[in-house]
Ligand binder design. Structure first.
Ligand SMILES: Cc1cc2nc3c(=O)[nH]c(=O)nc-3n(C[C@H](O)[C@H](O)[C@H](O)COP(=O)(O)OP(=O)(O)OC[C@H]3O[C@@H](n4cnc5c(N)ncnc54)[C@H](O)[C@@H]3O)c2cc1C
Length: 436
């Protein structure tokens, strides 16, 4: 391609989320020209998540971010709440790590901060600009079309998030199946800092994460969450899209019901609604990762379906995939080779990283959960709560009788055949996670 072309740069990155920014800054730090195009008014203006960013991968891109970035609270506690109709069992893990594992952030502020840092390192940021289409010549991606003008580059990196219409345009991705994507809704409630500290039992700069199972989502393939910010609390949930095919209930109705649950309601009581947002989460896992590169093009982050849904990890996979794609772009630029073969280095690096290794570890998870949903997301969740209901009851019935009643009910409510199927599913899952 001619270098004399107007608007020609070395690398174009589409999308200024964690993946795109990590990629662009990696290229710029190596001294190359990179244009980062974002459709939002500013980076982060269109982005939402739970959410927590993870310290270690963030440090790999921004070594001093803990000193400068707009962080909300460092998370010191994870609570796992198994919710029944009106009761709940909460398991908690607390650790005041010297170096925190994660921090809550507001994406509007945090992504904007990352983008400003990228600009300081030489990235050209073009905001309020939608990339409509990729420009393909001789089966090679050579640039992008925006509403206003065309930009050309040796390499285009697609960091345009879960929908990635651009990856679809060049056939690297197909349509997402409804079972492979979760619809998520979230609300942010303003709450006095001291109320947050008291309700979540944390100090001023400390945060607590709730992962919510069951409740309004009992029997559905969905999870809820609560994150504490400095002076607000985020609450939300995500349910796979296929659940809505035969269900009139809307995602926000599930959230409304969740907020009223007796275990949850006191946590957000008297909060003032600041914000409501909705977004999609890739849920397909390893089996749904598309081809990650083609001639002149690479795909990173959510656009490549890189989300570890069991651990609520997405931003870290996005940042590391962006960084690896950026490093591959630098190598390709040094050799002047932008072929699919050259860019395949990115796929290899990703396969050697925790990103692909973790997604591969959980490759069977979603299929197994889909087939045994009724068991794992309803029956056993209910049984956990009925066990504790029995265990904490004081009703003058001898304890041995209570235990035997619990066991009898367990087998009465579920046929042996179903129990065997569940046990087999667990063995298969553990085998795929731990062994092969
Ligand atoms: C409800 C919810 C909770 C989550 N919680 C967590 C959590 O706690 N921790 C965690 O690590 N992850 C979490 N995730 C996942 C995480 O948010 C994503 O994995 C991560 O944001 C992916 O980063 P990305 O840069 O690939 O995509 P995105 O963050 O989606 O960024 C894509 C960017 O591309 C821009 N864009 C899109 N199309 C175009 C176009 N055509 N032209 C120009 N710009 C374009 C968008 O405006 C956006 O800025 C959560 C997600 C959701 C929805």
């Amino acid at each position: 391609m001619s270098n004399l072309r107007e608007n020609k740069t070395e690398v174009i990155v589409v999308g200024a989320g964690p993946a795109g920014i990590a990629c662009a800054i990696t290229v710029a730090r190596a001294g190359h020209k990179v244009v980062l195009i974002e459709r939002g008014r500013f980076a982060g203006s269109k982005n939402m998540f739970g959410g927590a960013i993870y310290a270690k991968p963030t440090r790999e891109i921004f070594p001093d971010f803990e000193k400068n970035a707009p962080l909300e609270r460092k998370n010191i506690e994870h609570k796992y709440a198994i919710l029944g109709e009106t009761d709940g069992t909460v398991i908690s893990y607390q650790n005041r790590h010297e170096l925190p594992v994660s921090y809550t952030v507001c994406r509007g502020k945090f992504d904007r901060w990352m983008a400003e840092e990228a600009k300081k390192e030489g990235v050209t940021l073009v905001e309020e600009t939608v990339v409509r289409e990729l420009i393909v010549e001789n089966e090679t991606v050579v640039g992008v079309k925006t509403e206003l003008e065309d930009y050309y580059a040796d390499i285009v990196v697609l960091a345009d998030g879960v929908n990635s219409l651009l990856a679809k345009q060049i056939g690297l991705r197909g349509d997402i199946e409804p079972k492979d994507v979760a619809v998520s809704v979230k609300e942010v409630y303003k709450l006095d800092k001291n109320k947050i500290n008291d309700r979540f039992l944390v100090n001023d700069d400390e945060g607590c994460i709730y992962e919510l199972f069951g409740g309004s989502m009992l029997g559905k393939l969905g999870l809820g969450f609560i994150y504490t910010n400095k002076e607000s609390v985020s609450i939300g949930l995500g349910i796979t899209l296929d659940e809505f095919e035969e269900d009139e209930t809307k995602p926000y109705e599930y959230l409304d019901k969740l907020k009223k649950h007796p275990v949850i309601a006191p946590l957000i009581k008297d909060g003032e609604l600041l914000e409501y947002s909705a977004h999609l989460i890739p849920e397909g896992g390893f089996k749904k990762i598309p081809t990650l590169c083609g001639a002149g093009v690479m795909i990173v982050g959510d656009a490549a379906m890189l989300v570890n849904n069991l651990h609520w990890e997405g931003t870290n996979l996005a940042m590391i995939s962006g960084k690896l794609a950026g490093e591959t772009a630098v190598v390709a630029l040094s050799k002047g080779d932008f072929s699919e073969n050259a860019l395949n280095r990115y796929t290899e690096e990703l396969e050697n990283s925790f990103v692909m290794k973790d997604l591969k570890t959980y490759r069977e998870l979603m299929d197994i959960i889909h087939t045994r949903k009724e068991s794992f997301l309803k029956y056993y969740l209910q049984k956990v709560n009925s066990f504790f209901e029995m265990f904490t009851s004081v009703n003058s019935v001898p304890k041995r009788t209570l235990y035997w009643n619990f066991i009898k009910n367990f087998f009465k409510d579920r046929s042996l055949k179903e129990l065997f199927k569940d046990a087999w599913a667990i063995i298969k899952l553990l085998w795929s996670i731990m062994i092969k």
